[in-house]
Ligand binder design. Structure first.
Ligand SMILES: Cc1ncc(COP(=O)(O)O)c(C=O)c1O
Length: 430
């Protein structure tokens, strides 16, 4: 075997550096998570060697007997986990899943109605800078200015005016339960199809912590990452009548051969997500998010919409005259990773932003519970009150302590020696 360290020490050292960064910092990016080692084992496997254009039993390459079993296993597990009639597990990513769903259901130039990016939607729901806003005529709905929740009457009004062929529900920075039944009613009353992109909440849906879109949507797309805590990639669930169109839109419509190591890893992801252990994890993710929102509010920060029902929240920094960009930078210096994010009706441009987005899926994977969450919220509160050029060291020590007590991937011994190697700073300040 040619080990990475022997063949390419430079690449190996970058990989080690990233491992240390992940293990020694507090990850609050809402779309990230830490997968179990078995997922990485599947993704780093010999399956990378195989080509398998097509679907089980209908391939364009030979030697697919085992591959067919792997893909069929992933399909069966996805259908069982979510109670869907059909599953396609080949999308390389969430955007690829969305593109294929559009291709299956729409013609170029058709009207789509999705959530406004500035109110928590995703680029691939019709944003003008995305191919989805160029190939389709896209319209957007948003949240109510007062409640900061989806205004379903406004969605119905816009749908009545723009007459979409497809309504897209779901988003990247929306912290409240989405009423899929209400979306179905609106779609039916305007003759539209309904697609739900559940990428962010898929793990919560699998665990019953968020209502499922499956009974309501014609097509559901997702990533297998984020709250589902699985392999990098995407998947599509749909009603039986769209199965052939969806499969055709993935291959040959928008992709070539599937990334088979990811397909195997998705199968493992779905198996784990069906366990009681995972349900307990997902409930804790939501409990932790609620505790984070409550603690930050008690410190005087404003949580958009007043709280959260899922794994994420948007924090409005204006009460402290802070900006998203500055907060992201300051927290990064102490080893807490967040992303700047626009809040609904944000007066600041996206490059500055008035908010940060915080998610609890990753820290819950490393064992954080309410007590650790309160400590993290306390650090955030103190750091955001610091002047520019502050000394991060005392905060960094607190972060290191929390990480050491809730280890990830490294044994305590390895944790200590990696910190020594990088001068007790983790990789974050390099
Ligand atoms: C709602 C939603 N859909 C799709 C995606 C895109 O997924 P990917 O980056 O895997 O293409 C994201 C990514 O964060 C997302 O939040």
């Amino acid at each position: 075997m040619y080990r990475l360290g022997a063949v390419d020490p430079e690449a190996a050292s970058l990989l080690a550096k990233e491992l240390i960064r992940e293990c020694t910092t507090i990850e609050l990016i809402a779309s990230e998570n830490f997968v179990p080692e078995c997922i990485m084992e599947a993704q780093g496997s010999v399956l990378t060697n195989k080509y398998a254009e097509g679907y089980p039993g209908k391939r364009y390459h030979g030697g697919c007997e085992v591959i067919d079993e792997i893909e069929s296993l992933a399909i069966t597990r996805a259908k069982t986990l979510f109670g869907a009639e059909h599953a396609n597990v080949q999308p390389h990513s969430g955007v690829n899943a969305n593109l294929a769903a559009y291709m299956a259901l729409l013609e170029p130039g058709d009207v789509i109605l999705g959530m406004d990016l500035r109110h928590g939607g995703h680029l691939s729901h019709g944003s003008k800078v995305s191919i989805t806003g160029k190939y389709y005529r896209s319209f957007a709905y948003g949240v109510d200015e007062k409640t900061e929740r989806i205004d379903y009457d406004q969605v119905a009004d816009i749908a009545g005016t723009c007459r979409p062929k497809l309504i897209v529900a779901g988003g990247s920075a929306y912290s409240r339960i989405i009423d899929f039944g209400r979306f179905r009613e609106i779609a039916d009353s305007t003759g539209a199809l309904l697609m739900v992109d559940m990428a962010h909440i898929a793990g919560l849906v699998a665990a019953g912590v968020h209502p499922s879109p499956i009974p309501w949507a014609d097509v559901v797309t997702s990533t297998s990452t984020k709250t589902l805590r699985g392999a990098r990639g995407g998947f599509i669930l749909c009603r039986g009548k769209y199965a052939a169109a969806i499969d055709k839109a993935i291959f040959p419509g928008t992709q070539g051969g599937p990334i088979l190591q990811n397909v195997l890893a998705k199968a493992v992801t779905f198996r784990i997500a069906a366990t009681e252990g995972f349900r307990k994890y997902a409930r804790q993710v939501q409990i932790n998010a609620t505790r984070m929102a409550e603690t930050l509010s008690s410190l005087g920060l404003r949580i958009v919409s007043g709280g959260t029902d899922n794994h994420l929240m948007l924090v409005d920094l204006r009460p402290w005259e802070q900006t998203g960009v500055k907060a992201e930078e300051a927290l990064g210096r102490v080893g807490i990773t967040v992303n700047k994010n626009m809040i609904p009706f944000d007066p600041a441009p996206p490059t500055i932003a008035s908010g940060i987005r915080i998610g609890t899926a990753a820290v819950t994977s490393r064992g954080f519970q309410e007590e650790e969450i309160e400590r993290v919220a306390g650090i955030i509160g103190r750091v955001l009150h610091e002047e520019e050029g502050f000394d991060p060291a005392p905060y960094r020590d607190e972060v290191t302590d929390l990480c050491r007590l809730n280890p990830l991937y490294l044994t305590p011994l390895e944790f200590g020696s990696s910190l020594e190697k990088c001068g007790n700073q983790g990789a974050v300040n390099d």
